[in-house]
Write a protein that binds this ligand. Structure first.
Ligand code: ATR
Length: 273
């Protein structure tokens, strides 16, 4: 059978093995997909060992996406814009890097949740790897102005610079939030929810047509989405659909078939309500 894996640290609770197994079954492709825990230090050797054992492709998650980018022999344009790789393809003895996170998010929001992203005034909270991974895709999807805030303001500035659209992308201080007005799309791309904290957010950011999106799912998504619901957001969407959609994009790269995602999504949703 064809051999794939997800690398991360920690990675034991990754849903990717389950998702790819379900896709494989659906497409009639005999594949094996495992989770391999690797620290930064161990990542390169672990990946080489995986390739030597016949590994044909890999997903890469926290905190290894930048390392995966650095070790890729070639990268796609969307990976370069994200500065990160979440999907590796083995070809001719080398790893080739792509990034399906942003496409996965946009697909989830537009197809599954039926959001029209065009011209949405957008607030991106966070400027780390996750934010950088999805911001270019949001811009490509036609959102309106993009405001970026981050606990460490220099990183918001750096991300805004890297996006290269100064007329459209605006770094701001967290302290500016009360004066920024209302947003129709708010995205939490911080890892703050993982330790139960959240930057202070004024309710003036939200209106009855606002969509709030957290890139994480499960416990980590609760603080931000609860805040949004409590203050009347139109919808509050976690990152589970994005996870399934980025997996589907990776699957398509490896196997040349785009899987149906609804069934897997529904199964996972039952367990991660
Ligand atoms: P990831 O790949 O999850 O984005 P990262 O690159 O370490 O990981 O970025 C984490 C993001 O969450 C950053 O935007 C970080 O803010 P800093 O740049 O100031 O570190 C943000 N973050 C993490 N914990 C936070 C907290 N308790 N409050 C506010 N922001 C937090």
């Amino acid at each position: 059978s064809k051999h794939y894996a997800v690398f991360g640290h920690p990675v034991a609770h990754s849903l990717s093995p389950r998702i790819h197994a379900a896709f494989g079954k659906q497409a009639g492709i005999d594949l094996r997909y495992e989770a391999i825990d690797a620290t930064h230090e161990a990542f390169f050797d672990a990946l080489e060992a995986f390739a030597a054992a016949g590994g044909l492709g890999a997903n890469v998650t926290l905190p290894l996406k930048e390392s995966a980018f650095a070790l890729s022999a070639t990268t796609t344009e969307r990976a370069r814009r994200a500065g990160a790789v979440n999907t590796l393809v083995r070809l001719d003895g080398q790893w080739h890097g792509d990034n399906t996170d942003g496409a996965g998010l946009v697909r989830d929001l537009t197809q599954r949740h039926g959001l029209d992203l065009r011209q949405r005034r957008t607030l991106l909270i966070g400027a780390g790897g996750a934010a950088r991974g999805i911001a270019p895709s949001l811009l490509d999807a036609g959102i309106g102005d993009l405001f970026i805030v981050n606990r460490t303001p220099e990183r918001a500035d750096a991300l805004a610079d890297a996006l290269g659209q100064p007329g459209r992308v605006h770094p701001r201080y967290l302290a500016d939030l009360p004066s920024l007005g209302e947003f129709s799309l708010l995205i939490n791309a911080t890892s703050a929810g993982r330790d139960g904290t959240l930057p202070r957010l004024p309710m003036s950011l939200l209106g009855p047509r606002s969509s709030a999106v957290d890139l994480s799912y499960g416990e980590a998504a609760i603080p931000f989405l609860a805040w949004a619901r409590a203050h009347g957001a139109h919808e509050a969407i976690d990152g589970l659909g994005m996870l399934v959609e980025q997996a589907a994009e990776s699957f398509a790269l490896w196997h040349g078939v785009r899987p149906q995602t609804d069934e897997v999504y529904a199964q996972l949703r039952d367990r991660h309500a």
